[in-house]
Design a protein around this ligand. Structure first.
Ligand code: NAP
Length: 310
């Protein structure tokens, strides 16, 4: 994809994902101009200090004017308002995409505003960290990670191919699926784990018989791994829960049933059931490592000394 080049890319929203896109675009020289817009003056100033683009705009509509590719990277609950603001300024023939973690809701919010002649192709890079804001981004975030595109039935195949080439050129692997399927898959692989983490960390915080200092002191025994997920951005995750409600509730119902099975096995001392489940789940971990989606090093490759608790 070496010949892929855009005259102008506009990035609306410049937090973890937007700034990672900016770094990646710059590192690969994918655009002559990179116009950046974000809601707050403080974030815009920071983006400029970091040299993330070639122009900086307080108004999103000013950033998207004449852009060939526009990528909206804001919390999913804000995508409709952003689409309404930028729609009149979009260039005919431009590709409009997003990175939101839910897709049906983003399509419902954005599609009605998209003018004829603009190619709206929603997307979601399945890559991230628990950090937010323009300082959190890095050029390699998407390397070796999947990006899911959820084209609409009437999306132009050439525009989809261009967007696919864009993501591939910044190191991502690309898959296409429909939005409803995306929302179900992500509910189980991403949304539910975050909700479970928020819940378990909240429970530990509420316990009266265990002190906070004990929770922190002994966290390396398992709890710590949940705290990484539970430290994720509250605005983003509030919006994900509200905007993928049906799929999340379906997965939560299934999760509760399976938890009840586990609870029963523990209560009745059914060690064979526990052993069988724990053996199956261990194999999933191995498959993830084999697929290159995580390290095989013990403790996720953490330097043990570096994480020693005082
Ligand atoms: P972030 O670091 O918190 O940055 C959010 C950006 O959106 C900032 O530029 C912020 O502007 C802007 N913003 C916040 N609220 C807004 C509103 N109401 N209206 C307009 N702009 C608003 O977030 P992020 O992690 O980059 O996430 C952005 C999107 O990527 C979300 O839809 C999320 O679901 C998706 N995503 C996230 C991850 C992840 O791991 N974080 C992974 C894949 C996809 P100001 O700072 O100027 O207020």
């Amino acid at each position: 994809m070496n010949d892929l080049h855009f005259n102008k890319i506009a990035l609306v929203g410049i937090g973890l994902i937007g700034s990672s896109l900016a770094h990646a675009v710059k590192a690969r020289g994918l655009a002559t101009e990179v116009a950046i817009s974000t809601r707050s003056p403080a974030t815009l100033t920071r983006a400029e200090e970091l040299g993330l683009g070639t122009s900086y705009h307080a108004e999103a509509k000013d950033a998207v004017r004449d852009a060939d590719l526009v990528i909206v990277s804001v919390p999913v609950g804000a995508s409709g308002a952003v689409a309404a603001e930028i729609a009149p300024a979009l260039k005919p023939g431009a590709i409009l995409s997003d990175v939101g973690s839910t897709k049906s809701s983003v399509i419902a919010q954005m599609a009605p505003h998209v003018p004829a002649g603009v190619h709206f192709i929603p997307g979601h890079p399945v890559a991230g960290t628990e950090h937010s804001g323009p300082d959190a981004g890095f050029a390699t975030l998407f390397e070796g990670r999947w990006t899911i595109l959820t084209p609409l039935p009437d999306s132009d195949p050439a525009a989809v191919a261009s967007l696919r080439a864009f993501w591939e050129s910044i190191g991502s692997m690309v898959e296409e699926m429909d939005a409803a399927h995306h929302d179900k898959v992500l509910a189980i692989v991403s949304h539910l784990p975050h909700i479970i983490a928020y819940n378990i960390v909240g429970t530990a915080e509420d316990l009266e018989t265990v002190t906070e200092s004990e929770v922190i002191k002994y966290s390396a025994s398992g709890f710590r791994d949940f705290t990484r997920l539970a430290a994720s951005d509250p605005v983003m995750w509030r919006d994900v829960c509200l905007h993928n409600k049906d799929a999340i509730l379906e997965m939560l119902a299934r999760f509760s049933e399976d938890l009840a099975y586990l609870q029963r096995a523990i209560r009745w001392g059914e060690g064979d059931k526990l052993f069988e489940l724990f053996t199956r789940t261990r194999a999933i971990r191995r498959s993830i490592v084999q697929a290159g989606q995580d390290t095989a090093a013990p403790n996720f490759g953490r330097d043990v000394a570096e994480h020693k608790q005082d």
